[in-house]
Ligand binder design. Structure first.
Ligand code: TRP
Length: 339
């Protein structure tokens, strides 16, 4: 489904809200793809700190500190600043400016109908006390995407309404400008579905406390794997086991490269006679091996945070040039150029 695999013409914009360390769910859902995409496309990766504030305004220090933590996670998994431009959203004022103009291209009713927003309002228990900035963050996201004229936006399934909303704004603006200034984009949704939490809940999420962070120590990995939800009906080793909803096997499907060995293990488990501890042992070994180099690279980069900050500064400068160019075109198109 990827349009043109070796196509530097396509620009990717993607990003994360820096509210906590990245975990295996991010690794499967986006990080692995970004490491691949950076060789195929021009890729911009944004630390969406301003967006993160839309539901964290009471705790700005958390967002500030996690900008560095998430940047370290990016570098640790192999996102290469020579190939991908990593930047900080809040340091590009043009994104805020575009948001302010675009706000007039959407209605409050349309924002209230946005399925992502509706769901997130429930998750956050905002009920009627919704910060206006939160309700309108899809417009800010449209500004992020369109400022870069990104044609591809890798996001999870839950973010598809954001892409639809972005394209509505892009079309409205272009119609208004009578010129195709902004570019419509396409969501790139990973083929592999969402990784469940270690407790079997549908989503791995820091707020649910069911994560395996990329920076976990060997002891933390061991403890997390011990807690992995398996088959509640598999009480004795001799009992036949079930694979459906069995998180140990779902993780093995995602990370075990020995597919034949894994299939044999599954057959044995379903037949009966294979204990959970053996399955978990295999999973733990794979995760320890996979996360060790990531953790070590992270520790190495973390020794020189000044250098990471400089990388972010360079990336932000480069990104701002593009955003400023688009904003200039936008201003001219809507009569905001006087001098
Ligand atoms: N909303 C995205 C998320 O929560 C983060 C994000 C902000 C983003 N701006 C973006 C993703 C632009 C892609 C493109 O994951």
């Amino acid at each position: 489904m990827l349009p043109g695999t070796e196509d530097k013409k396509h620009l990717i914009l993607t990003g994360d809200r820096p509210t906590g360390p990245l975990h295996l769910g991010h690794f499967v859902g986006s990080l692995r793809n970004r490491v691949k995409f950076q060789n195929q496309y021009e890729q911009y990766i944004m630390l969406a700190d301003a967006q993160a504030l839309t539901d964290n305004m009471e705790n700005p220090a958390k967002v500030h500190d996690n900008v560095m933590e998430v940047a370290l996670d990016y570098l640790a998994v192999g996102i290469d600043p020579a190939k991908s431009t990593i930047f900080i959203q809040s340091q590009i004022p043009e994104l805020t400016e575009l948001t302010f103009y675009y706000l007039n291209l959407v209605t409050v009713a349309r924002l209230e109908r946005n399925p992502t927003i509706k769901q997130e309002i429930v998750l956050r228990n905002f009920e009627r006390d919704i910060p206006a900035g939160f309700l309108t963050y899809p417009v800010s996201q449209a500004a992020d995407i369109s400022a870069f004229k990104a044609s591809l936006v890798p996001v999870g399934e839950d973010q598809i309404p954001m892409i639809e909303q972005t394209n509505e704004i892009v079309r409205r603006f272009n119609r208004l400008a009578n010129k195709d200034i902004l570019v419509e984009c396409q969501a790139l949704v990973p083929e592999i579905g969402r990784l469940p939490g270690v407790d079997g809940k549908a989503k791995m999420s820091k707020s649910l406390g069911n994560v395996i962070n990329l920076g976990f120590t060997p002891a933390e990995i061991k403890a997390a794997v011990r807690n992995v939800y398996t088959d509640p009906l598999h009480l004795r080793v001799a009992d036949p086991g079930h694979l459906e909803g069995n998180v140990a096997f779902i993780y093995l499907d995602a990370f075990d490269e020995d597919k034949t060995g894994l299939q044999e293990m599954k057959d044995h488990y379903v037949r009966g006679g294979l204990g959970d501890s053996i399955v978990k042992g295999r999973l733990e070994g794979i995760l320890q091996d996979m996360l060790k180099p990531i953790r070590e690279r992270r520790e190495e980069y973390a020794k020189d945070r000044g250098q990471v900050l400089q990388m972010l500064k360079d990336g932000t400068r480069k990104a701002r040039e593009i955003a400023a160019q688009t904003t200039d075109e936008v201003r001219a198109a809507i009569g905001l150029k006087h001098f």
